[in-house]
Design a protein around this ligand. Sequence first.
Ligand SMILES: Nc1nc2c(ncn2[C@@H]2O[C@H](COP(=O)(O)OP(=O)(O)OP(=O)(O)O)[C@@H](O)[C@H]2O)c(=O)[nH]1
Ligand SMILES: [Mg+2]
Length: 542
Amino acid sequence: MSPEQLSAAAMSLAAAVDAGGDELPEPESARARAVVSKVAERTALVGGRTVVALAGATGSGKSSLFNALVGDAVAKVGVRRPTTSTATAAVWGEEPVAELLDWLGVGTRHTVSRDATPGAQVGTLDGLVLLDLPDFDSRELENRTEAERVLELVDLFVWVTDPQKYADSRLHDDYVAALSSHEAVTMVVLNQADRLTAPEVEQCRADLVRLMERDGVPRATVLATSVTAGTGIDELRQRLANAVAGRTAARARLAGDVRASAQSLRGHVAPGEEQVDATARSELLETLARSAGVPTVLQAVARDYRMEAAGRTGWPFTRWVHRLRPRPLRRLRLDGRDVSVSEADVRSVLGRSSLPPPTPAARAAVDLATRRLADRAGRDLPTPWAEAVERAATPPGAALGDALDQAVVGTSLHARVPIWWRVAGAAQLVLAATALVGLLWLALYVVLGFLQLDLVVGDPPTWGVVPVPLVLLVVGLLAGLLLALLSRWFARIGARRRARVMDQRLRVSIETVAQERIVLPVQRVLERHAATRAALDRAADV
Ligand SMILES: Nc1nc2c(ncn2[C@@H]2O[C@H](COP(=O)(O)OP(=O)(O)OP(=O)(O)O)[C@@H](O)[C@H]2O)c(=O)[nH]1
Ligand SMILES: [Mg+2]
C-alpha cells in the first residue's frame, strides 16, 4: 500500500465523518477524527523509522527480551511485579528520532551502538525504535494508561506472553481481540519457552495460533523464545529486521486503524437508501393543494369567469347589474391588484391572500402525507438518519403555510379575454341597436299618428303583414335574450376550462414549494447518507 493510498483512505474517512455529521454516534466519530489526525501526524514523521512495542502481561519477560535485543541491561528486570511503569525506547541507526519520540511521549531513550549489538545481524535493525512498555493489563492504573496510550501510536505490536498466561481469556477478550483489526502488524512471542519441553512448546504454539484465530487474528506469527536459554532471540531479531527493511509496518498499522474505524462507523449507515416515493410525493402535492385553498381559488376562478362573461356577453339592458356585484377573485385578493404596495394594508404589503386558513383536517392531512413520505424515504435507515429525514420533511412552524400562500399569490391567474366574449358582446350591441332602432321607429309613427301626420308619411314598410320596425324591435330583443342564454351556457363550459388551466398553474407553484421545502431537504439527507456510506466503503477498502 502506497502512502498516497493511505492518505486517500484517511481523507475518505474524514469525508465520511463530515458528511455523516450528527447522524453518526459521537464516540465513533471522535475516534475516526483521531485516527485521521494520527495518519497525518505519523506520515509526516514516518521517515525510515519503524516503531515496535513489546507489550503484554506483567512478568512475561518484556524487559528481559528488550535487553536481549539491545544487548545491554537498559531496562530494569525485576522480581517485584509489576516492574516497568514507563515506556523505554531503544533506537537503532543514525537518523534523528527526537521528534518521533516526543510525539510518542517516550522520555527514556537509549541509542544502540553498533558495537554493542550481538549476533550476526549487526546493522540490520537500523531504523528500528523498540519500546519496552509497562504491562498492559496492570493492576496499576497508571501503567495501564501508559501502555494503552503508546499502543495507540506504534507501528508494530509484539505481544509477549508466557506459558502460564498465554491462554488467559481476559487478555484475549480485552486486548488481543481489540487489536484484531491490526492483524497485519501483530506478532506473538511465547517467552520463557525453557520452562517447557519441546513437544509442549509446539503444543502451546498451536494453541496460541488457534486462540489468535478466534480473536480475529488469522495466521498469526507465533515465535517461541527464551531469554535465559538464549533461544529464539535471533529469529525475533530477524523478524524485526524484516519489518524495518519493509518499512511498511507504519503504514500497515495506520491502514488497520483507518479500516477498523471505517468498519465500526459502517454499522451506523444502511447498505443503501430509498428514493422519495412518487406516490407519496403526489399524495403530498394533493394535500398541500387542499391546505393552500386551491379548491376555493378554483371556485372563485370559475365564478369570476362566469360573472365576467355575463358582464360582457349578457343582455345589454341588464348586464350592468353584473358589474355591481363584488368579484370573487378580488375578494380573495387574488386578482393580481393587491400585490403592489398599498401602505395602509398590511396584508397587501406582505403580499398575502385573504384565503381562509387551512382547516384542521387539511393541516392534519398534510402532516400525515409528509410523515408518510418521510417514513418511506427513511424506512431502511438507522434511527438517527430516519429521524433526520423526518425533521427535513417537517418545515418548522408557519413556514410551510406562508410559503404555500405566497405560491398562490405569486401564481398569475390572469388569462386573455376569450374571443367569443368580444364577438358575442359586439353581436349583443348590434342586436340591442336593432331593437332600439325598431323602438324609435315605432315611436316615431306613434308620435306622428298622435300629431295626425301619419297620412303624410304613409304606413311603415312591412314584411308580409308585420311592420318592419316591429320586426326590428322584436327580433332585436328576442335574439339578444337568446344570445345571452346561449352565452351563459358557453360561459359555464369556459369557466370549467379556465379553472382547469389555473389548477395546473397553481399546482406547478405548489409543487415548487413541496420540492423546495420538503422533497429537496429529504433528498439532501439521503444524499448525505449515500455520501457517508460511499466514503466509508472507500476508507474500509484500504
Ligand atoms: N525462565 C525464564 N525466566 C525469564 C525469561 N525471561 C524473563 N524471565 C524472568 O521473568 C521475570 C520477569 O521479567 P521482566 O522482563 O521483568 O518481565 P516484564 O514483562 O518486563 O514485567 P513487567 O515490567 O512487570 O511488566 C524476571 O524474573 C526474569 O528474569 C525466560 O525466558 N525464562
Ligand atoms: Mg518490564
